[in-house]
Design a protein around this ligand. Structure first.
Ligand code: PEP
Ligand code: MN
Length: 340
């Protein structure tokens, strides 16, 4: 349920409606807009009972029933685009933002080399895993805190904020000490205690779509984070599992404009994990921007043959430069500048 206030309703009237909603046992979410304030109601399991009580309060223009199962992430609750700010980087505005870096932090020299290369090519944010979710328990699982320290050093050296994956509630405080943005990986998209914890952390979140998750599942996962009071969520389409195994996953680009219609949150695309092949990353990156994505997250490695993880899908720096040039041309056609 959404309570739309009259344009001239002052703070006292808005607070009175919020107090009434609380008295009914629900949670009010006042959302000031350019012309009027709307107050979202969550916590109800069915239609809000006694809603007529609100209808008759001073300053209330109308009540609107919200039909989607997610509320706080929906366009119904919040009409304008949400901007997510990570240091100097903004997601969801006019500019197309590119995050790039290695799959995994392997060594200090490796991460710094790649960080400088992607910054020079125009990336504005650095990625890199210190805690890696791997399908096999025998694979390399990342350097842990040492990896986080290296990422922090790369941030100092390049000025780029850092996004890195947090895998569990236990290590969240440690990751928060170093990271500017917390990545929730595809395998953890439905780890609800973790979603709540990153929601409470107040840090910007990059939420990747699970590879067996519907768009509705993804939006409901984001709803957990927003429900804890953290609206700084960027969604990431990174491919889903379908009957076709030609590529690592199937990039669901149709999800991009659909999510942007359903939700006010920024959406970026990961063409690296979606395709699993470096030679498919450029066309998928171009297509993602043409489909309306707000940005990209791309894996880059200066020596992919020796990468400890995902070398086969990593671009060498020269190809990343080519990707940035091509993406800039698509962005230009979409009348969007590249973030710089
Ligand atoms: C990653 O970005 O390093 C990663 C593991 O991605 P995903 O969770 O999408 O598989
Ligand atoms: Mn990877």
């Amino acid at each position: 349920m959404l309570v739309v206030m009259e344009a001239h309703a002052d703070a006292t009237k808005i607070e009175a409606v919020c107090a009434e909603i609380r008295a009914m046992g629900y949670v009010p979410h006042p959302m000031p807009g350019p012309t009027r304030t709307a107050i979202g109601i969550t916590g109800n399991r069915g239609p809000v009972e006694q809603a007529t009580r609100l209808q008759r309060m001073p300053g209330v223009a109308q009540l609107i029933r919200v039909t989607s199962p997610y509320k706080l992430v929906s366009r119904e609750f919040h009409e304008g685009d949400t901007l997510v700010q990570v240091g100097p980087v903004v997601f969801g505005g006019p500019a197309v933002t590119v995050i790039a870096g290695p799959c995994t932090v392997e060594t200090r020299e490796q991460t710094l080399t790649i960080a400088h290369a992607v910054r020079e090519a125009g990336a504005t944010m650095l990625r890199g895993g210190a805690f890696k979710p791997r399908t096999s328990p025998y694979a390399f699982h990342g350097l842990g805190e040492e990896g986080l320290r290296i990422l922090a050093e790369a941030r100092e050296a390049t000025g780029m904020p850092v996004v890195t994956e947090v895998m569990d509630v236990e290590t969240l405080p440690m990751v928060c000490e170093y990271a500017d943005m917390l990545q929730i990986g595809a395998r953890n998209m439905q780890n609800y205690p973790l979603l709540r914890a990153v929601g409470r952390s107040g840090r910007p979140v990059l939420l990747k779509r699970g590879f067996a998750a519907t768009v509705k599942d993804l939006l409901l996962a984001a709803e957990y984070v927003l429900h804890e009071g953290n609206a700084d969520v960027v969604l990431c389409e990174r491919g889903i599992r379908t009957f076709d195994d030609t590529l690592r996953f199937t990039l669901d680009l149709g999800a991009v404009p659909m999510i942007k219609q359903l939700s006010h949150l920024p959406v970026i695309v990961d063409p690296s994990h979606a395709s699993g092949r470096w030679d498919q990353v450029l066309p998928m990156a171009r297509a993602a921007i043409a489909a309306g994505a707000d940005g990209l997250i791309v894996e880059v490695h200066h020596n992919p043959a020796f990468a400890l993880c995902d070398g086969q899908q990593s671009l060498v720096p020269d190809r990343f430069v080519a990707m940035m040039e091509q993406v800039a041309r698509i962005a230009d056609a979409m009348e969007r500048p590249m973030a710089s």
